[in-house]
Design a protein around this ligand. Structure first.
Ligand code: S3P
Length: 164
């Protein structure tokens, strides 16, 4: 089977759901942010030292590699921004994990382990603005959409499996 690619905003549950989904269907899993940290170091530090554009180049290269591996792929929230990535994703089983902006913000703020450069220094209004600026792209690229706001990982995975 082809790769299953999870997209969605920061805090949508891509990492958590990728683990649950990959173990349920016994698939290899790629967490793009984890691989990028191995390659370039902590993402927030990389943004500070080299800028977002350079980060996106690494991310774009990795997406191409990851989709070749028959995996469940947890992407980073901004992967949909690059035209090149949009073209890659157009032919893939892309699942959009959506959630209410308030829920996303709460999850982002509670996740103390993961300092996200595109959220850490933003207030709630700015994060919502970023979310709304990307929402149409997530929707456009998705073959399947699942709302993760108020469901358990198991419920979300069952819903994905019913829809793919
Ligand atoms: C980003 C999301 C992050 C990470 C980087 C940029 C974004 O991934 O790739 O901090 O611009 O939305 P998560 O969606 O896993 O937090």
């Amino acid at each position: 089977m082809d790769s299953i690619v999870l997209i969605g905003f920061m805090g949508a549950g891509k990492t958590t759901i990728s683990k649950e989904l990959a173990s349920t269907i016994d698939y290899h899993r790629v967490d793009m942010d984890d691989v990028l940290v191995e390659r370039i170091g902590p993402i927030n530090r990389y943004f500070e030292e080299h800028g977002e554009a350079s980060f996106r180049q690494h991310e774009t290269k990795l997406l191409k590699e990851a989709v070749e591996q028959s995996s469940v792929i947890a992407t980073g929230g901004g992967v949909i921004l690059q035209k090149e990535n949009q073209n890659v994703l157009a032919n893939k089983m892309v699942i959009y994990l959506k959630a209410d902006p308030e829920v996303l913000i709460e999850r982002i703020r509670n996740d103390k382990q993961n300092i996200r450069p595109n959220a850490a220094n933003k207030n709630d209004g700015e994060i919502k603005k970023l979310f709304f600026s990307r929402e149409k792209l997530y929707e456009k690229l998705a073959k399947v959409t699942v709302d993760t706001s108020y469901k358990t990982p198991q419920e979300i995975v069952q819903e994905i499996l019913e829809k793919v």
